[in-house]
Structure formats: structure tokens, C-alpha cells
Design a protein around this ligand. Structure first.
Ligand code: MN
Ligand code: MN
Length: 323
């Protein structure tokens, strides 16, 4: 289905009055699918990787799980008045065809896929997949935009030097991304880190690089709107920004369906505040990673993830508000 706005025709999610929400296409938000990103402003795609994870696997089913729970999402934000599907041409461009028997090969496949994708002037919104996928995505993003600012929500900093001797796994990616100059660490904010580490100074390396690390404890019991005002001040309106959202940043009470859960995390409302607080930044891409449907017996983790992806669409620059 399409809608007219400003003489442009935009893809619309298939409505529940046209086809029951439990039926019809299994694309993200029941949007049209296409095989390339040609003509799109925002491309939603899945990267079903779970061979970079260190504990429970299952994120290979993340994109499918998030798409399945996205059927309830309607096209307008009732509080923000945001209308992403009247603002951007959006479609589901499918999944990256990984080599699930080979992590290094999969990383190369992902990077090549995003280089191709970004030849179109498109902003990728990625459904993960374990967090390893953010490294090849950032390589392609940085090749196009230069080093980017990053808003990173996660229970972990993902800045280990190695995991079991491996330089690339889901817990090392932001160390590699900083070393490779894919990120401006002085314009990177990490939110939600907590619980236990291998040593008392595990978060120090990343702080020494200039990254602002906002531990979960600093977020407890309060609105994160003031924090996000500070983040917008720090990053500014021009710098290209990548938003990387690991669902384990949220407390397992709200988001149990993930591979490396940590208690004492953010609430669903704080997660929404963070993403809405990115409105005003120059977002050039985002991901929602680490949803593992096997550990998500109610579907609530994937349901929350789908809604957070909707909020991401609403925070891309140029998204209309319907006052
Ligand atoms: Mn992570
Ligand atoms: Mn994590």
C-alpha cells in the first residue's frame, strides 16, 4: 500500500483493516519488500548471525522474531505525533546471506553487503543478529561518512581486547571500531553498562579513549531525557551518528530473550526515552541486536524490539510530526 505526501508516494505498512494482523506478509511492519535499496530513504534488513556470541546462541532467529512481533505496530506515534511512513520511503530489503559456518567470512559478507547498500543514498536499520554485526556495518558506514558519533545502549561496553583469543566477537567490536577509526570516541556515549567484569577497571580502557560511559546505576530511578539533552549537546546536529542498541541494555524483566542477560538494567520507558532523545541528531543508521527468540517465551522481547525500531524510524532527521 502507498500514501501520497508532498507529491511523493510512500510505502505504507499493510493495515489491520485490510488484512488481519496475524496474516499477510511477514516483512518488518508489514511493509513492502524489495531486493535492493534503490529508491529508499531507509532500508530495513536482517543480519541473522549468532556465531559471534559467547553464551546462549539463537540470535540467528532475531530478525524473524522481531518481524513477527512487528505486526501490531501502527504507522503513527501517538505521543510524539511522528509519521515516519509519510516522511521516508521505507521497505524491508530482506536478510544478508551469511555463511553460518564461518564467522570471518560472514563478517566480510556483511561488510560487502553494506557497501553495496550504501551506494544508494539510504540509511540502514538493521535487525540482528548478535552484536558482532555492528563492526562490519560500521566499516561500511565509516567508508561513506568518515568516523561517526555513536550512541550505544548495552549492558556491556563490548570493548574486550580478545574473547578466547579471537579479536572479533560480540564483546570486542567497539574496541576494534575505535582502533580502526570508524568512530570518534569523543562523540561516543555508552548507556546501561553494569554488573560484573573480569577486573575492577574493565570500563577504564574505553573511558581513556574519551568515551562517555553511563553505567546503569547512574540511570536508575530517573528519566533519561536530561541525559539525552546532554548527549545532543555533546554530539551536535551535524556529525553523522550511528545508534547501536543491544537489547540486553534493558533489564531482563522486560527483555529476557537475549544471550547474555544482566540484572539491574534499563526499563522499557528509559529505552524509549533514549531513542526519542536521538531526535535532533544526524542519524545515518541504527541497529537493534541480540534478540534471541528461544529465551523469549512470551514474545515480549521481540515485541519491545519492534517498537524500539519504530521509535528509531521516528528519530531519523526529517521525520514529520503531525501536530
Ligand atoms: Mn553488545
Ligand atoms: Mn550486551
Amino acid at each position: 500500500m502507498t500514501a501520497q505526501n508532498d507529491n511523493k508516494t510512500y510505502n505504507q505498512p499493510l493495515g489491520g483493516n485490510e488484512m488481519p494482523r496475524f496474516a499477510g506478509p511477514s516483512t518488518m511492519f508489514r511493509l513492502p519488500s524489495q531486493t535492493t535499496a534503490a529508491g529508499l530513504d531507509i532500508a530495513i534488513l536482517g543480519v541473522p548471525l549468532d556465531i559471534g556470541t559467547s553464551l546462549r546462541p539463537g540470535t540467528r532467529f532475531g530478525p524473524r522474531g522481531i518481524r513477527a512481533e512487528s505486526v501490531m505496530t501502527r504507522p503513527y506515534g501517538m505521543y510524539t505525533k511522528a509519521a515516519p511512513f509519510d516522511s521516508f520511503q521505507v521497505a524491508d530489503v530482506g536478510d544478508v546471506a551469511l555463511n553460518t559456518f564461518n564467522l570471518a567470512d560472514s563478517i566480510a559478507i556483511i561488510e560487502n553487503h553494506y557497501h553495496q547498500l550504501l551506494q544508494n543514498n539510504v540509511k540502514p536499520v538493521t535487525l540482528g543478529g548478535d552484536h558482532t554485526i555492528a563492526l562490519p556495518i560500521l566499516r561500511a558506514i565509516a567508508a561513506k561518512h568518515g568516523p561517526v558519533a555513536v550512541v550505544h545502549v548495552d549492558a556491556h561496553t563490548d570493548t574486550n581486547d580478545h574473547m578466547f583469543g579471537e579479536p572479533v566477537a560480540h564483546g570486542t567490536i567497539f574496541r576494534r571500531a575505535i582502533e580502526e577509526d570508524l568512530i570518534d570516541p569523543h562523540k561516543m556515549v555508552q548507556i546501561g553498562q553494569r554488573t560484573t567484569g573480569y577486573s575492577a577497571d574493565d570500563f577504564e580502557w574505553v573511558r581513556q579513549q574519551g568515551v562517555r560511559v553511563v553505567n546503569a546505576e547512574e540511570c536508575w530511578y530517573q528519566s533519561l531525557a536530561p541525559l539525552m539533552a546532554e548527549v545532543r549537546e555533546k554530539i551536535g546536529t551535524e556529525t553523522p551518528v550511528y545508534l547501536s542498541f543491544d537489547i540486553d541494555g534493558i533489564d531482563p524483566a522486560f527483555a529476557p530473550g537475549t544471550g547474555t542477560p544482566e540484572p539491574g538494567g534499563l526499563t522499557s520507558t528509559q529505552a524509549i526515552e533514549i531513542i526519542r532523545g536521538c531526535w535532533g541528531l544526524n542519524l545515518v543508521g541504527s541497529d537493534l541486536v541480540e534478540v534471541s527468540p528461544q529465551y523469549d517465551t512470551t514474545g515480549n522481547t521481540a515485541l519491545l524490539a519492534a517498537n524500539l525500531v519504530f521509535e528509531m524510524l521516528c528519530s531519523f532527521p526529517g521525520c514529520l510530526r503531525r501536530d
